[in-house]
Ligand binder design. Structure first.
Ligand code: TGC
Ligand code: FAD
Length: 389
């Protein structure tokens, strides 16, 4: 028999990481252990985002981690970004959401579709956490079908005039700049709407049972006048926002592995120590089957994410591969969180243990960035060649 395996990494995925990737994982893991885990249950309970952690995350290079140093970013690879998402979501999906939105939904469109002036103006201060962004795509009439967009921008001289509303927007009221997607006569275009522009308002959504340690808002645009200098000139059409989603969904394929590991480690420890019917709960075959199944699902998700990351770093990632990984890995984590909650019995219903918090959060994660059904249909379209949307 060889050495004992690590229950949270049965296939030693860590050995397939480079030294630099391991270093990134270790430093974010330390941050989660020391700074996030001691406070996050209370943040969730009080429905408060832990604002104080923003400068620390920025200081570690976690905001816009994969953009070049020329824009004040850390220039890390895609696998490192994935590991950042994984370790943050081991703490809470809300923190990973914050980093996903800032990096992949706000900095990415400026980097990919913006001009040099826009990049120089926004990216360094976003990397430092001085400027927080939000991404407005979803509208009240239906997020799965963004092509049916009602928010409209009309050209008026050197300006654009925006009218409409966005719904369920992460970081909405925190944001100094909103990346807003609007219909124009030339198709969907992206605009940088700045806080304080006349006619632009935000309102937070309260009474959430999920992602409580995260800010979610509505955005309202009432004749908001935006200069053409704030338009993202590099893209027109739905492929603009969908290209950003591809980046963020990639990170979400990694993040929930962290949430699943948090639940698994906790429930493994609990069931080994809990004595029922004169033996450890984990000594029952029915319980071991469930624990083994969690380990199997985590392992397959880890291997999927790593291969996804290697494809991304090689520049050959296909959006359908991202859809399959987001679907598989979020489903995996949600199932594990719910099962772990059950194995904790009554103790599992408070935030003293993490599974119920992760399960509630993952109910948002399985809905946002494309619902599970949307991703299943993307994969279905790929394998059949028939578009069912
Ligand atoms: P279709 O009309 O065929 O395509 C339009 C154009 O877009 C291109 N495209 C993509 N490009 C990059 N990445 C992708 N994943 C892409 N998917 C499509 C496509 O090639 C085409 O380009 P072109 O040049 O021909 O014009 O659109 P479709 O039929 O592929 O899309 C249908 C569907 C349902 C898949 C799409 O509408 C969709 O993904 N709906 C879900 C919307 C969604 O995910 N919204 C998320 C909002 S943001 C959010 O939830 C943030 S949560 C933040 C947090 O972490 O807290
Ligand atoms: P709908 O699109 O109305 O879907 C309802 C149900 O119908 C789902 O189960 C869906 O799978 C199903 N369905 C849809 N189409 C089909 C079909 N063809 N066949 C079968 N079933 C179908 N959006 C942003 O733009 N920016 C953000 O920062 C952001 N942050 C979010 C944060 C949170 C906490 C949440 C919950 C959402 C966030 N969203 C954000 C919105 C998110 O992207 C949408 O909620 C999501 O895209 C689904 O849209 P919807 O809620 O309108 O549901």
């Amino acid at each position: 028999m060889s050495e004992k395996l690590n229950p949270s990494d049965l296939f030693d995925v860590r050995a397939a990481l480079s030294d630099e990737e391991r270093m990134v994982q270790d430093s974010v893991a330390r941050f989660t252990d020391e700074r996030v885990l001691p406070i996050i249950g209370d943040c969730f309970d009080r429905a408060e985002f832990p604002f104080d952690l923003i400068p620390e995350m920025a200081g570690m290079g976690l905001l816009g981690s994969y953009f070049p140093e020329a824009y004040g970013c850390a220039g890390m690879n895609a696998v490192s970004y994935g590991l950042i998402c994984q370790e943050l979501e081991r703490g809470d999906s809300g923190l990973r959401s914050f980093v996903s939105v800032q990096t992949s939904l706000c900095m990415y469109p400026i980097f990919a579709y913006g001009n040099e002036e826009q990049k120089q103006r926004w990216l360094p201060s976003m990397a430092q956490g001085e400027t927080i962004g939000c991404f407005g795509l979803t509208e009240p009439q239906g997020g799965s079908d963004p092509a049916n967009m009602k928010t409209h921008a009309r050209r008026d001289g050197d300006d654009w005039v925006i009218n409409g509303a966005k719904m369920w927007i992460t970081n909405g009221s925190l944001a100094k700049v909103a990346i807003v997607w609007a219909q124009t006569d030339a198709g969907i275009q992206g605009f940088l709407v700045e806080r304080g522009m006349q006619g632009f308002k935000t309102r937070d959504i309260h009474r959430k049972m999920s992602l409580r340690a995260s800010v979610t808002s509505e955005l309202f645009f009432d004749d908001v006048r935006v200069p053409d200098a704030n338009r993202l000139h590099g893209v027109q059409g739905l492929k603009g926002p969908l290209g950003c989603l591809n980046q963020a969904r990639y990170g979400i394929a990694w993040g929930p592995i962290g949430a699943a590991i948090a639940c698994f480690v906790e429930v493994l420890d609990y069931t080994k120590n809990r004595q029922l019917f004169g033996r450890a709960l984990a000594a029952n075959q029915a319980v071991q089957l469930r624990l083994a199944d969690m380990a199997r699902r985590i392992t397959t998700a880890q291997l999927l994410a790593l291969q996804l990351g290697r494809l991304k770093d090689a520049g050959s990632l296909h959006p359908t591969q991202v859809s399959l990984a987001k679907w598989n890995n979020v489903r995996m984590a949600l199932d594990i969180a719910r099962d772990a909650r059950d194995l904790l019995g009554g103790a599992g219903i408070t935030v003293e243990y993490s599974p119920i918090r992760h399960a509630l959060n993952l109910d948002s994660v399985i809905t946002y960035e494309g619902t599970e059904t949307v991703h299943e249909l993307v994969v279905g379209r790929e394998v059949t060649g028939i578009n069912a949307f």
